[in-house]
Design a protein around this ligand. Structure first.
Ligand SMILES: Nc1ncnc2c1ncn2[C@@H]1O[C@H](COP(=O)(O)OP(=O)(O)OP(=O)(O)O)[C@@H](O)[C@H]1O
Length: 609
């Protein structure tokens, strides 16, 4: 984790809070000011009234003080109530905007960063520390009223204490009325500060230790919470009776005993701080009461000074505690900023060349690739060309590097060695977004969302309905579309609409295919496009493949070699290498080649049947 100063983190953190909810900080300043100053005003005016009652008893002045106390309390409470109402709404707004802010950043990360477990753990940790422990950026917004209130209370209380040092003109001189006694009281008050600070520092140390001893607890909790409620896992949880194992693992990994230790410490610290404050409060009462006995202060002022000094002591303790909380929170601000500052090495540092409009030709030049953190090459010394208008089928065993080749082509990853070019120019020199726009890809693990069908096909709420319908018909979903109650407006699944329809795995694959067709990009890449389709739907897709793809280029990855036959160009991958390339007839002719081996392995089931 990068070391960042607390001031830098606080400035940046509050900048984010302000950006997410601009009214929050100004309103909190107003509200904290009123909250802190209102009781002090009442204290001051009460003291004036008591002094009047014990002294000149001027009814006009007494009425004025009383009216001021009531008027100011009324106005203050009214403003305070309005501000509090708004702040309460902003609290929940800030919460939702903050999670959107984190999620948006995740969507903007480079793909390799998304697949990097360290980043996922980091994000899970940020979310868990925010939710479970109230730490990180959202802690700042809870700390702000505490900080401001303590500051305003301290300033107001000090103001009300001033009279203590300019006492009545005649009083009995003794140790308690001497400036030395005042100095001793101030020392006692200040002694309280390092004590509170030491307690906070200890809290920080233990909390850090606890988090270090059980670093994965938040990741586990995050994972299990999602897994237990995941629709996709529901079948496996039931069939493999995973519930008990999940519960056992959950209980082991949440580290409940660590939390007992932390809260035990917090409780002890709070009790110590309260005891210390009680001792201090007693000393203040004794000090001011004795001074009043010696005739140093009038009766009303005794009330004011006791209130002001105990107020100042409380405010100081709160201030030290808030500053201590800022210290404790600082590593979790750094954690959030490390995530927000992940370098954008794929998108920013690269060129801005526009994509050529015609005659696209991609070339892998001696490309090798290792996944981050892996010692093995997923792609080894790959050299091949892909030209617009051509159709290429890619075949090979599981794990032979087919999908990785596609990820590299789409710039989801950068080659570890070698270079990929488009029309002779390194693909990294092209504008990133425009480059991405050149591909329509259906990955094996595509995702649809539970919104309307049209929204899914266009990947947007606004879309060209005719084009969306045409894409669905092309992808083989025309009949289903006719039967849907609200056509393109029909929701998939029932998560967000009671009228939503459930779809089969094959239908989902057709929708994903329609989405790729709707994008209308010059390169169409289909990774196992028919794995979930029934034989008739598969046959239809392949027999209409040329119509489907038109003048575009297509790469499709398939394990069903029979479906590759219509392709005149087949690339065979094995252990990360391109080992054969040619038409079906050419490849099958090489009887000892991998293609023939794969073909024969599949064919024997059909022939034998
Ligand atoms: N995100 C990843 N991190 C680390 N290694 C990975 C990752 N994805 C794939 N690999 C590894 O890279 C190699 C190639 O995987 P790839 O997904 O490209 O194979 P494939 O030919 O598409 O396989 P399949 O036919 O099963 O889809 C495999 O050994 C795999 O374990």
């Amino acid at each position: 984790m990068k070391k960042r100063s607390i001031w830098h983190n606080l400035r940046r953190g509050y900048g984010i809070v302000h950006r997410l909810t601009p009214a929050y900080i100004p309103l909190t300043i107003v509200s904290s000011f009123i909250k802190a100053v209102q009781p002090l005003t009442v204290l001051y005016l009460s003291a004036r009234i008591i002094n009047e009652l014990a002294g000149e008893r001027d009814a006009g002045r007494i009425a004025l003080y009383a009216a001021l106390a009531v008027g100011l309390a009324f106005a203050g409470s009214a403003i305070q109530a309005a501000a509090t109402r708004r702040i309460t709404t902003l609290n929940s707004t800030l919460w939702t905007r903050f999670y959107f802010f984190l999620g948006k950043r995740y969507m903007e990360l480079n793909y390799d960063q998304v697949e990097d477990t360290r980043n996922n753990e980091r994000l899970a940790d940020i979310e868990a520390k925010t939710n479970g422990n109230g730490l990180g950026i959202l802690r700042l917004h809870y700390s702000l009223p505490e900080l401001l209130q303590a500051l305003f209370e301290l300033a107001g209380s000090i103001l009300l204490c001033f009279g203590m040092f300019t006492a009545a003109s005649s009083f009995e001189h003794a140790f308690i009325t001497s400036p030395l006694a005042t100095g001793l009281l101030i020392l006692l008050i200040l002694f309280n500060l390092p004590f509170t600070y030491a307690l906070k520092k200890r809290e920080k140390r233990i909390q850090k230790k606890v988090f270090e001893e059980n670093p994965k607890s938040n990741t586990y909790v995050h994972f299990f919470n999602e897994y237990m409620q995941s629709k996709n896992a529901a079948k496996d949880i039931r069939l493999y009776k995973q519930a008990q194992a999940i519960e056992d693992h959950y209980n082991q990994s949440v580290g409940a005993e660590f939390w007992y230790r932390i809260f035990d410490l917090f409780g002890k610290n709070n009790a110590l701080a309260a005891a210390m404050n009680a001792v201090l409060g007693g000393c203040v009462y004794l000090f001011i009461g004795l001074r009043a006995l010696y005739g140093m202060y009038p009766l009303g002022s005794v009330v004011q000074y006791i209130g002001a000094v105990t107020g100042a002591v409380g405010a100081l303790a709160k201030l030290v505690s808030v500053l201590g909380n800022y210290m404790t929170n600082n590593p979790y601000l750094s954690l959030a900023f490390d995530y927000l500052d992940l370098p954008d090495h794929l998108q920013q540092s690269k060129g801005s060349r526009p994509i050529p409009q015609e005659g696209l030709e991609f070339e892998f030049r001696d490309v090798s690739f290792k996944y981050p953190g892996s010692d093995d090459y997923a792609i080894k010394r790959l050299s091949m060309t892909l030209t617009i208008g051509e159709r290429l089928a890619v075949v090979g065993l599981n794990g032979s590097g087919k999908t990785t080749m596609i990820k590299l082509l789409c710039r989801l990853y950068e080659p570890t060695e070698g270079v990929i070019t488009l029309n002779g120019v390194d693909i990294r020199d092209y504008d990133y977004a425009a480059y991405m726009g050149a591909f329509s890809v259906v990955f094996q693990d595509f995702k649809l969302y539970a919104f309307s069908l049209g929204h899914n096909v266009a990947a947007s709420e606004r879309y060209d309905a005719a084009a969306a319908e045409a894409s669905l018909i092309m992808a083989g979903l025309g009949d289903k579309l006719k039967k849907l109650p609200q056509g393109l407006h029909t929701y998939l699944h029932k998560d967000y609409s009671d009228e939503g329809v459930e779809i089969s795995g094959g239908e989902a694959q057709k929708i994903a295919l329609a989405r790729a067709l709707y994008k209308n990009a010059p390169f169409v890449i289909l990774d196992e496009p028919t794995a979930a389709l029934d034989p008739i739907a598969e046959f239809e897709i392949y027999s209409r493949f040329n119509e489907l793809i038109g003048g575009k280029s297509a790469i499709f990855v398939s394990h069903r070699l029979s479906s590759c036959r219509f392709c005149h160009d087949i690339a065979v991958f094995h252990e990360g290498r391109l080992i054969q390339r040619g038409s079906h007839d050419e490849l099958i002719a090489d009887r000892s080649g991998k293609y023939a081996e794969l073909w024969n392995a599949q064919a024997q089931y059909y022939v034998g049947a």
